[in-house]
Design a protein around this ligand. Structure first.
Ligand code: PLP
Length: 405
């Protein structure tokens, strides 16, 4: 039987079988295994199952299709206290990771041929989704403060002159992926003003917003005056654990009510929601404080290892938080070409072009995630990467008293 002949024309490329993680794993938004509070989660699990386990008999835990009421209360309070967003629990939709939120919003808003605006460097998972949707993706340059709003204005004017109204501006303003910048408040305000002037919605992804460890922590776009129309998504993957698959949406009811209609899975898995509501209801502040300290330390180790192994050849801006570092190597290095050689020796990283709308701006860059490997593995992995990179490209140069792998 030729099963494939019966597939729909729009079937995505086949996924590869999982072969286990590489030895030096700098890809994927994993968390730090030592920071998963297993004992406290086990206590929460026992507590919530005894107290509310009977609710598992109902679709939606007897609190409706938006998700577990306790978790929605927690998210609404967190959005209010930390992101400046006025949200009642009934204005929050719990999703299976924020990826489901991305998919639902895209399903609601996008059709083939539409135009969307994103940061020139942005989340690879979003770029593959947009490519599959058949939309035109316009990338806007970034600087050390995130999306360049002057460049955005020029682009919006050019599009308006062609009668094109983009469906949204997708933006990761707080710990931008992959550059880890935080957009200052005045730029957020400018972005909102442009959104109103050109009548283009904003789709705000705050997946990493709990992990700011340095500098200002401005309110979310949705939390600022004029931000009431912003579609805002967040996640528990980075603040707690990605395998839980819990995320959320805060948006106007006109959006949320349609997302609900599109969310056809009959509810986000319930035990996870119950446990996280209980655990974070008591320990959110202390957990996130400890997690950020760990991540900041790993980031230091990574930056030290890069300086030691690559010297001036590795350029990067100190992240303001999060779990990844964006690194620029000399033009001689094509990181996509380097990827296979590195992987063959157990070193995995994200080549820049997979995180970019314009290959030219990211050809020699790479993203290194540092939450998963322990500090010894980070050091050994960067030494190995430098050795492979030198062998394949001549970078870093090995001569005189320059460091050796
Ligand atoms: C910017 C951004 N958005 C969304 C996601 C999806 O995260 P999750 O579905 O685990 O919440 C990620 C994952 O790394 C991300 O980097």
């Amino acid at each position: 039987m030729d099963l494939e002949a019966a597939f729909a024309a729009t079937t995505p490329p086949a996924a590869a079988r999982f072969q286990g993680f590489p030895a030096y794993n700098f890809v994927g938004g994993h968390n730090d295994p030592a920071a998963v509070p297993t004992a406290a989660l086990a206590e929460s699990a026992a507590r919530v199952l005894l107290a509310e386990g009977h609710l598992l008999a109902t679709y939606g835990l007897d609190s409706g299709p938006l998700g577990h009421l306790g978790l929605r209360r927690f998210v609404a309070a967190k959005l209010h206290d930390q992101r400046g967003i006025q949200a009642a629990p009934d204005d929050v939709l719990i999703t299976s990771g924020s990826l489901q939120a991305l998919d639902l919003v895209n399903e609601l808003m996008l059709e083939p041929g539409d135009t969307v605006i994103v940061e020139q460097l942005t989340y690879g998972g979003m770029l593959t989704r947009l490519a599959r949707k058949g939309v035109h993706v316009v990338g806007i340059p970034l600087d050390e403060h995130g999306l360049d709003t002057d460049a955005l204005e020029v682009e919006l004017e050019a599009l308006a002159a062609r009668s094109i109204r983009p469906k949204y501006v997708y933006i990761v303003p707080t710990l931008q992926n992959p550059t880890a910048t935080v957009m200052p408040v005045h730029r957020r305000e400018r972005l909102l003003a442009l959104s109103h002037r050109f009548n283009v919605p904003i789709f705000e992804d705050e997946c990493y917003a709990d992990l700011v460890w340095e500098g200002d922590w401005p309110p979310a776009l949705r939390g600022l005056a004029g931000g009431e129309h912003v579609i805002h998504i967040g996640s528990f993957s980075k603040s707690l654990a990605p395998a839980l698959r819990l995320g959320y949406v805060s948006a106007p009811w006109s959006v949320l009510s349609r997302l609900l209609a599109l969310k056809t899975d009959a509810g986000t898995p319930a035990i996870e929601q119950m446990i996280v509501a209980d655990y974070f209801g008591q320990h959110f502040e202390t957990h996130v404080r400890d997690l950020k300290a760990r991540l900041a330390q790993k980031c230091e180790v990574l930056m030290e290892a890069l300086a030691e192994q690559f010297g001036a050849a590795a350029e990067f801006q100190r992240p303001k938080g999060g779990i990844f570092l964006w690194v620029k190597l000399p033009e001689a290095v094509d990181t996509k070409a380097l990827e296979a050689a590195a992987l063959a020796e157990g070193v995995a990283f994200n080549p820049g072009i997979e995180w970019a709308t314009d290959a030219a701006v990211a050809r020699s860059s790479l993203r290194l995630c540092y939450a998963l490997p322990d500090v010894a593995t980070i050091r050994a992995g960067i030494a190995k990467l430098a050795e492979i990179c030198h062998r394949e490209t001549g970078v870093p140069v090995r001569s005189g008293n320059l460091p050796r792998a």
